[in-house]
Each structure stands twice: as structure tokens, then as C-alpha cells.
Design a protein around this ligand. Structure first.
Ligand code: GLN
Length: 487
């Protein structure tokens, strides 16, 4: 019998509505687990135990009074610290926001609360979501439960690690260039980046708005589909929100890929891809073939340019978005704030931001400045259009596109952090989905020397159904996702 903290969201809900466990017991079990492993993992920046217990009691009261409860009743949910939570510290893992307590909830938080989900804490991340390893956090790195000296991926590293260690049942991540899928792959869990506009970003602290999405991270595909069902939907407070009719994504979870046409772009297996990852992913593709799908190797030539394009767009938007942190209205302020406005502004930002954030603000400002705008930013936008067109063509022929999530297995903490370009290279397979606004999911696809490998499945805009069906079928016919780290 699995212990309460080991359950999925679906199982937790069942237990609670069948009166086999109370919401309080479920939440307490998760906190017991957190207190046991958290010192070694560092998944969380903030824990909200008191509030969570109070919330769980409310759910139990509803049940004892015979009132209906929401689909996430008693489910412990961790939230990336880039998402605003009313009256709860929201730091973006930055010194700049280390005291920031938002006066309002992000739309996704409102949706979770409406379904009786229990918010248990805020998770560690790369500072302002800039990174792929959770090493740029002001609060120290998160460790990968599959290899404690290794990174959990990033930037939603805390959200992935807490799912892998059963320190939460569900988690929210954000994905600007891979930050849900990368850590999902490195921690052997499921992470889904929705179509651009499907999930409201109201209340998300912006890094690069034209790329990012909030999305679900979970122990299996069913939970991911369930969570997406709750998160997705139109929100008039987000100008980029797509007006779609509500959909139950769990309904597309059929264990069948017969007739599915899979495209495998050769650009996803470029020079930087490790042989071990390549082997596992091809094993995954052949598994799907065995289950009734057909695949074809193809080429999306513009993918070669996706990394450079992504970093120009992301840094440019970041330089503009982060200009608001002046230390005056809110944010970190130096103790000795002497001198004119520009001096104080510069001092606050120098001390408030870490090295990677400052690097990106400087590079982004450079790419947007007169004389360089046409050469870099505008050029990147044009290539972005070509990348989108390449995918549009591909999806006329294929239902899904499959490849590795990450080109190599989780690396050692400290191994790449001094070499930003080497770190940027790890995003080579994830950024194109963001540039094109496409949905993509990472599912466990085996191990190499004990370290997880994730397979990425992409689909056309708003075809989360196809992507989830393929991911579900793969999961049901393999046992990679059932393995737990020894920790
Ligand atoms: N690693 C990428 C970056 O540093 C993606 C980050 C993200 O998706 N937030 O920008």
C-alpha cells in the first residue's frame, strides 16, 4: 500500500471522497515527508504549513457536512516562486524580491483554490526563471534526488524535485524556453508546457512574455491532464489569453496510438546530443511504433537557428520587463542610498540581481539599442516567423513530433555555471516550442547510469489532446515513470 504522500492527485481525491483518509491526513503526510528530506533537496523557498493545515480542515468540514468538494480536494500543491500568491512571500528566488508579499493571487492560484487544492509552499527556481539548473537561485541550488551532486534542471527545478521526492502531489512550473520540460526530464516526472495563451499568465512575474506559459508538473500523465483541465481557460485579465471552450483533458487519455504519424526531426539529434540519450529516445520512438504509430525522419532546417533566436528575444524582453525593479517603489534597496537617482538605481540593481540576470539585462538592452535593433532583435523576430512556418508545414503531415527533451543527462552542480554558453546549449531542444507557441510535454523515457532521460512530444497549437494521448499510451506501456529515486 503506498503511503499518503506517495499518492497521485487522482488517488488522493478518491481516498478523500471515499472517506478512506481525511484531507488533513493527506496534507500532514506530505509535510512529514518534506521535513524528512527537504534539508538535502532544497525544493522550497517558503513552506505554508499552517495555512495548508487550516485549508485541509476546511475541506474535511465540507465533506462531513455533505457539501460537494472540488476536483483537487486535499491535494498538496507546490507553486513556483515566480507566481504571485496573496499574502505569501513571492521571491522569484532573487534578492531583489526577497521581501515581496503580493496583495493578490495569480489567476492559476484562484483556479486551484476554487477546486479545493491545498497550497503547501513556494518552490526554488533559477533567479527570475533565467537558467536551466536552478543554480542561479539566491537561496542556493536544489539537488537532483536521482544524484545528489547533480542539478535537477531548471528553471522550475524545485517544482520538479518536490514531485520526484513526494514532497508534493502536484506542482506549478513556468516554461519560457524549457523550464517545465527540462526539470521534468531531469527528475523523471511529467511536465507540460501548454499552447501559448491556453493558461492565464495574470499574476506571473514576467521574464519574457511572448514566450512563457504556466503549466502542470505531476507524477504521471493523468494528473498532468487533470491539472491542465483546471488551469486552462480564458481570462480577460491576460490580453494573450485564447478564448477556447473548456475541455476535460483526462477524456483524451486513450491507451492507443494506432494510426498516429510521428515526425522525428534530425535537428533534435544534433552534435551536442549524448549517445546514451539518443539511444533511449530511439527506444521510445520504436516503442510507439510497436504500439501502432508510424514514424518518419524529417528535417526542420530553421531549428538550427532556434537557440540564437530564443536568446535574443528572451534577453530583449527581460531587459524591458526587469526595468521596473528600481528599489524605490518595491524591491531590494541598498542601505546607504546616497547620490542622485541614477546612482541609487544602479546600486540597487547591482546588489539586488545576481550575475546571470545582470548579464541578460545588459545583452538584451544591447540587442534593442539603436544601431543593433535591426541587426539582432528584428532579425530574430523574422527567424522566429520562419521557425513557426516550418512547424506549420510539419504538422500538416504529422500528428506529433518526438525527440529528446534534453540533449544530455543531468550534469554536476557547478559543472557549467561558469560557462553561460554551455548552459544555454542545454536548451537546444526545448526553445523552439516557445518560439512557435506550441504545446510540448516531457515524459520519463528511461535512465542512463541511473540518471533520468525524458522524451519530448510536441503537437500543433491547441492539440494538447493528441500529445497527451501519445504520452499516456507511452507511459501505460513502459515502467520508467514508476521508478522512484532512492532518496
Ligand atoms: N533555460 C532557459 C533560459 O534560461 C529557459 C528558462 C525558462 O524556461 N524559464 O532562458
Amino acid at each position: 500500500m503506498p503511503k499518503l504522500h506517495e499518492l497521485t492527485a487522482q488517488e488522493t481525491y478518491q481516498k478523500i471522497v471515499n472517506n478512506e483518509a481525511s484531507a488533513l491526513e493527506c496534507v500532514q503526510a506530505v509535510f512529514e515527508r518534506i521535513h524528512k528530506v527537504e534539508d538535502n533537496i532544497n525544493s522550497y523557498v517558503t513552506l505554508t504549513e499552517k495555512e495548508a493545515i487550516a485549508q485541509a480542515k476546511k475541506v474535511d468540514n465540507k465533506i462531513s457536512e455533505g457539501k460537494p468538494v472540488g476536483k483537487l480536494a486535499g491535494v498538496s500543491i507546490a507553486v513556483k516562486d515566480a507566481i504571485c500568491t496573496k499574502d505569501i512571500l513571492t521571491t522569484c528566488s532573487s534578492r531583489m524580491l526577497k521581501n515581496f508579499v503580493p496583495p493578490y493571487d495569480a489567476e492559476v492560484i484562484k483556479r486551484i483554490k476554487k477546486e479545493d487544492g491545498i497550497l503547501i509552499g513556494k518552490t526554488n527556481m533559477d533567479e527570475f526563471a533565467m537558467g536551466s539548473s536552478t543554480e542561479t537561485s539566491y537561496f542556493g541550488p536544489t539537488h537532483n534526488p536521482w544524484g545528489m551532486s547533480r542539478v535537477p534542471g531548471g528553471s522550475s527545478g524545485g517544482s520538479a524535485a518536490c514531485i520526484a521526492t513526494d514532497e508534493a502531489i502536484l506542482a506549478l512550473g513556468t516554461d519560457t524556453g524549457g523550464s517545465i520540460r527540462c526539470p521534468a526530464s531531469y527528475c523523471s516526472i511529467v511536465g507540460l508546457k501548454p499552447t501559448y495563451g491556453l493558461v492565464s499568465r495574470y499574476g506571473l512575474i514576467a521574464y519574457a512574455n511572448s514566450l512563457e506559459q504556466i503549466g502542470p508538473m505531476a507524477k504521471n500523465v493523468y494528473d498532468c491532464a487533470l491539472f491542465l483541465t483546471i488551469l486552462a481557460g480564458h481570462d480577460s485579465k491576460d490580453a494573450t489569453s485564447v478564448n477556447t471552450s473548456p475541455k476535460d483533458y483526462t477524456e483524451c487519455l486513450k491507451n492507443n496510438v494506432e494510426g498516429f504519424k510521428i515526425g522525428v526531426p534530425k535537428e533534435f539529434f544534433g552534435g551536442g546530443t549524448s549517445k546514451a540519450v539518443e539511444r533511449q529516445i530511439w527506444g521510445g520512438i520504436h516503442k510507439l511504433e510497436e504500439l501502432g504509430a508510424t514514424y518518419e525522419e524529417t528535417s526542420l532546417p530553421t531549428l538550427e537557428e532556434s537557440l540564437a533566436t530564443y536568446y535574443i528575444v528572451a534577453m530583449s524582453e527581460a531587459s524591458s520587463n526587469l526595468a521596473r525593479y528600481d528599489g524605490l517603489r518595491y524591491g531590494y534597496r541598498v542601505e546607504k542610498d546616497e547620490g542622485d537617482w541614477a546612482t541609487v538605481y544602479a546600486q540597487d540593481r547591482k546588489e539586488g540581481f545576481g550575475a546571470e540576470v545582470r548579464r541578460r539585462i545588459i545583452l538584451g538592452t544591447y540587442a534593442l539599442s539603436t544601431g543593433y535593433y535591426n541587426k539582432y532583435y528584428l532579425k530574430a523576430l523574422k527567424i522566429r516567423t520562419l521557425i513557426r512556418k516550418d512547424f506549420e508545414e510539419a504538422f500538416k503531415k504529422f500528428d506529433i513530433i518526438v525527440g529528446p527533451t534534453m540533449p544530455f543527462p543531468p550534469f554536476k552542480i557547478g559543472e557549467k555555471i561558469e560557462d553561460p554558453l554551455a548552459l544555454y546549449m542545454s536548451d537546444v531542444d526545448t526553445v523552439s516550442a516557445n518560439l512557435a507557441g506550441l504545446p510540448a510535454i516531457s515524459v520519463p523515457c528511461g535512465f542512463t547510469e541511473g540518471l533520468p532521460v525524458g522524451m519530448q512530444i510536441m503537437a500543433s497549437h491547441l492539440r494538447e489532446d493528441l500529445m497527451l494521448q501519445a504520452a499516456y499510451t507511452f507511459e501505460q506501456n513502459t515502467d520508467y515513470g514508476n521508478k522512484k529515486p532512492a532518496h
